[in-house]
Each structure stands twice: as structure tokens, then as C-alpha cells.
Design a protein around this ligand. Sequence first.
Ligand code: HEC
Ligand code: HEC
Length: 406
Amino acid sequence: MLLLAVSTQRTIGLVIALIVGGAAAVYVLFNVFSTGKDEIGSEIELAPNRKPYFDDEILETKKLDLSLAFGAGGLAIIAIALPLYWLGEPGRQEGYVDFTDRVAADRGGEIYEAQCVACHGAAGVGGAAAYTVLDESGRFVSNASWTAPALNNIMYRFSEDEVLHILNYGRPQSPMPAWGGPGGGPLTSQQIEEILAYLIRIQIPAEQVQDDVQRGLAQAVSADVEAQNPEPFEALAEISADPEATPEDIAAAQADVDAALDAYLADLAENDEVAYGELLFNNAVGAGSYNCARCHTAGSSWNADDVLAENPSLEGLIEPEMPGGGGFAPSLLGVADQFLTAEDQAAFVERGCEPNLQYGTNGVCEPSGQMPGFGPGATDYAKENGGGLLTPEQVAAIVAYERSLQ
Ligand code: HEC
Ligand code: HEC
């Protein structure tokens, strides 16, 4: 009755178990009762057609040793070689992950070469995009060139998710188009991931980030420094024009110029924080990737002021740049009402936006986190690589400048 109640598989299983169990019992019984009897087919004497096997002398020495050696060898393989093989397994897995990362970055590099290099430059050094300025009714006003920021430092300011968002959706009201399916772009999500892997590969070291920032500031003050202290600049011009000058001579003269520029900047940072902050706010190096103006000053990415200066007839059609007056990002005029202390504001600028982060008195970040982080360790990548786009002192200077904006 019980047998019928359970499932067919179990019934079959039980029947098989009974048959096997019964057979085993019969075999055991047969063997117990048959002790003392010769095995079927056993011979007292060797049949003439069989050759004698080794005698005990050999069986218990050479033969036995050989079998034991084989046994010990087999055990050794199981006891040592297998665990050793397993020990290497995580390494093999990591190697495979590295390998797939490499393949992804290689493919991302190919997509970058095909789709991004024209605007963002080779290996992400930054470049420019053709841009057409239109008036409110969509009529042509002027041609311009919109800087496309360097991407070889992108992981220091945006998290991976934020970069993926920009790639998917592009940057509204700028020449940066949407690339991913979610934004209506042509690339698959796998291709977008591959581009991300490539961008991670081409990041420059943290020290070079700092050097870039300093180089940009030096360029910006170069004319002022030369006016104040022309000697090192004249010496450099002279030696560069001298056909007999060695590369070492030129390098030495260049080092003098750099020292003059660095000294000027150090003095500015020390004695005029607001002026130093203004330089950083507008730093042009890396195709604008280190500055704030490109998002917070409308027109700064395509040099609206220069376009106006070249074509005075466009006055009234092109808005002049209004420092910190807002563009893609909110206006910073009166930002002191948002952040009651400069420290709070600096902490926000260092960290940047994370999805829906609340900041200041009533600020809330977009879910996509578009405000980059500028401080050391603003992103996981920056933390792992010990860097950030700006030092805390530089951020403090920018904040002082922003709070001076009216
Ligand atoms: C037609 C020119 C153009 C092409 C092609 C282009 N970009 Fe851009 N991209 C821009 C411009 C211009 C900006 C800056 C927009 C702004 O000022 O807010 C930008 C911004 C970005 C940013 C944000 C940088 C930042 O710090 O704000 C990323 C990331 C980016 N592009 C990646 C890519 C990748 C990857 C590709 C190729 C798949 C690509 N872009 C193709 C013009 C381009
Ligand atoms: C890639 C564009 C971009 C760049 C570059 C950028 N910001 Fe922003 N910033 C934003 C966006 C977008 C917001 C608004 C946050 C939001 O709505 O998600 C913002 C908000 C802010 C705010 C808060 C303003 C308010 O009243 O709510 C401050 C302060 C600020 N940024 C400072 C800076 C400083 C300083 C720099 C340069 C070191 C900088 N930003 C560079 C995009 C940018």
C-alpha cells in the first residue's frame, strides 16, 4: 500500500534497491557456506598450457616494492599535486579576468579611434568639436569650436556609473552626442562598457594630473610674468635661436622660465587666493577638463568672448561670457546663500555630485551625478591611485573666488 502511495520514481528506486540488496545477500551467504571448497576452476597442479607465475621470493620483494612505490606515487599526486593545482586556481581566474579586461579595452580602443578621436584627441588628450551658434529661432549666427575635454583624467572626477551615463546620454546642449541605446545612440551596452575599459586604461598617473594643472596655470600667467621679469624669457629666446646651443642649454634656460612661473603662482596662491582661484576656475589646459567655467559659464567652451571680439557685428546675437553666471550647470552668483560656510562648499566641490545627494541649504544632485568631484579621492579610481584633479588648497582658492562673484 505504502509502495503505491509514493511516486513512480521512488517505487522503481525501491525495487532496484531490493533486487541489488537481495543479490548481495545471496552472494555473501554463498561465499560463507562455500569456504573450504576450492574455487570453481581452481587447479591443484598447474595446467600444462600455463607458465608458472613468480615465486614468493620475487613477489614479496621486487613486485611488492614496485606496487607500493606506485601506490605512494599515486597518493603523492592526490595529496600534493591536486592541492597545488587548486592553489593556482584563483591566479588562473584573475589571469582570465585580466585577459577579458584587456580584450574589452582593446575593443574599446578601436571604437574610440572610430567614434571619439576626432573630437577628444588621440588617447584622450582633449580636442575640439565644430559648433554652430544659432539664434533663438534657429538661424545661423556663427561658426565656433567647442572644446572637447581631455578624457585621460576622466576617472579622477567621475565614477564608472557617471561615465556610463554620459556615454549613454551625451551632454545636453553641447556637441557631445548620446552614444548608448538608452539615449538613442548607435552603440550597444557592451560597446559602451568596452569604451569605459579603454578610458580606464588611458588614465594618466596622479602626478601628471598635478603637472597638467600647473602647466595650464603657468600658460595663463606667462605674459604677466614676462612683463614683470623679462630676463629668463629673453635668455630662453636667445638660446633657442642659437644653432650651437645644446639641448642641455635649452633645458636649463627653460627650467629658469618654469621656476619664475612657479614662483609667481606660489606667491599668488599665498597672497591673493581669489585671483589664484579665478585662474583655476578658468584653467584652459586639458581642453578645459580641469576647470569649472566650461559648465558654470555659458559660452566659455566655445570662447564666446573671442568670437564676439572677432565679429563685433554679432553683438546682441551672442551673449558675452558671464563668469560663473551658469550654463549647463547652475549659476554660482550668490552661492554663499547655498553654502553657509566656505568649508561646506569646498567639501561639496571636492566630492562632487552623487545621485540625489543633498547639499548646502537646498541643493539636490541630479540622479545622474553630473557635477564632477575635484578633490583627492573624489572617485574610487582617484582613491586607488592617490590623486584628484585639484589639491584641497586649490579647491579652497576656487571657493574663495566663487564666493566673491556677485
Ligand atoms: C562631435 C564631437 C564629439 C564626439 C564625436 C564625441 N564627443 Fe565626447 N564630448 C564632446 C564635447 C564638446 C564634450 C564637452 C561637452 C561640454 O562642454 O559639456 C564632450 C564630453 C564628453 C565627456 C564628459 C567629459 C567631462 O568631463 O565632462 C565624455 C566622458 C565624453 N565626451 C566621451 C566621449 C566618447 C567616449 C566618445 C566616443 C564614443 C565621444 N565622447 C565622442 C564632443 C564629442
Ligand atoms: C561637467 C560639468 C561641471 C563642471 C566641470 C563643474 N560643475 Fe559644478 N555643477 C555641475 C552641475 C550639473 C551642478 C548642479 C548639480 C545637479 O543639479 O546635479 C553643479 C553644482 C555646483 C555647485 C552648487 C551650486 C548650487 O548653488 O547648487 C557648486 C558650488 C559647484 N558646482 C562648483 C563647481 C566648481 C568649483 C567647479 C570647478 C572646480 C565645478 N563646479 C565644475 C556641473 C559641473
